[in-house]
Design a protein around this ligand. Structure first.
Ligand SMILES: [Zn+2]
Length: 279
């Protein structure tokens, strides 16, 4: 997908599974299971989507790093992760080595978005992208480092703490145009410090939602995950962003949908996602 100066590709790091009830919040199971069938443990399967953004001038940006290679067998069973992480193979297929990556963006630091930030090297845990800065919202960093009883199940310190010691953090205060036309914007909802990725160039916009709107099934306004720490802020963000995305014909991709680009349309008062060809 071409957006101004950027070539943008989307791929999946792999599938993981979370409780369907938690994923759909107040929506009754009889409704959500039509959209997403649950397995025997009531879990729904979701991709962990990543973006690769290149400008042909040496900037190589990876957005989200999936669940990564550090999970133990129990964690993999819990989250229904059956296959090894695909991130590095997907990058290699596109001719990208880890040392080519100049910037990593995590929409937030949950294990399914930041797990591939680092890997084990003997006794140590080191950055997987040795030349890259890692762009994270300052509030997300703070809340990950100070996780509480409600939030700590989603954060694994090895995914992000080694980055600080290595001096690789680029902490963002609210919003930043981190490269020309490439905007990181905090959207409180899923967490306080979740950020979205928006490329706006030459009249076109590509938008990567982050988890406040994790897939196409969360387009209806009240379909909000119980995981969200600030569900009414998620609602407000959807009220603001969805009409704009539809009206300005943004290309949209989601964090936990099949890795596809599409457009948001309003049909008979409902928002709908229609996929578009990648190229
Ligand atoms: Zn997620």
């Amino acid at each position: 997908m071409r957006v101004g100066r950027y070539d943008v590709e989307i791929f999946s790091d792999g599938i993981f599974r979370l409780d369907g009830g938690a994923m759909f919040g107040i929506v009754p199971k009889v409704l959500w299971e039509k959209a997403k069938p649950a397995d025997g443990l009531n879990r729904v399967a979701m991709d962990m989507s990543c973006l690769l953004i290149r400008d042909g001038q040496g900037h190589v940006v990876v957005v989200e790093t999936g669940a990564g290679p550090k999970l133990n067998d129990k964690q993999k069973r819990t989250f229904g992760i059956d296959d090894p992480p695909a991130l590095l193979d997907e990058l290699a297929k596109r001719g990208v080595r880890t040392s080519d990556v100049t910037l990593v963006v995590n929409t937030h630091l949950h294990f399914d978005h930041a797990g591939g930030n680092t890997h084990r090297d003997g006794e140590r845990v080191v950055a997987s992208f040795p030349r890259a800065a890692y762009a994270i919202q300052r509030l997300e960093w703070h809340d990950a480092v100070h996780a509480n009883e409600r939030t700590r199940g989603s954060y694994l310190a090895d995914d992000y703490e080694p980055l600080e010691a290595a001096g690789k953090l680029e902490l963002i205060d609210d919003r930043s145009e981190i490269l020309p036309g490439l905007h990181l914007e905090r959207v409180q909802g899923h967490t306080r410090g979740t950020q979205t990725v928006r490329i706006s160039e030459g009249g076109a916009t590509l938008y990567f939602s982050s988890d406040f709107m994790p897939d196409r099934h969360h387009l209806p306004l009240p379909w909000i995950p119980a995981f969200d720490l600030f569900p009414l802020d998620t609602l407000e963000a959807k009220r603001t962003i969805l009409p704009r995305a539809a009206e300005e014909r943004w290309v949209v991709a989601f964090t936990h949908d099949v890795p596809r680009f599409g457009r948001i349309e309003q049909v008979e008062g409902r928002y709908r996602f229609s996929e578009i060809a990648d190229r």
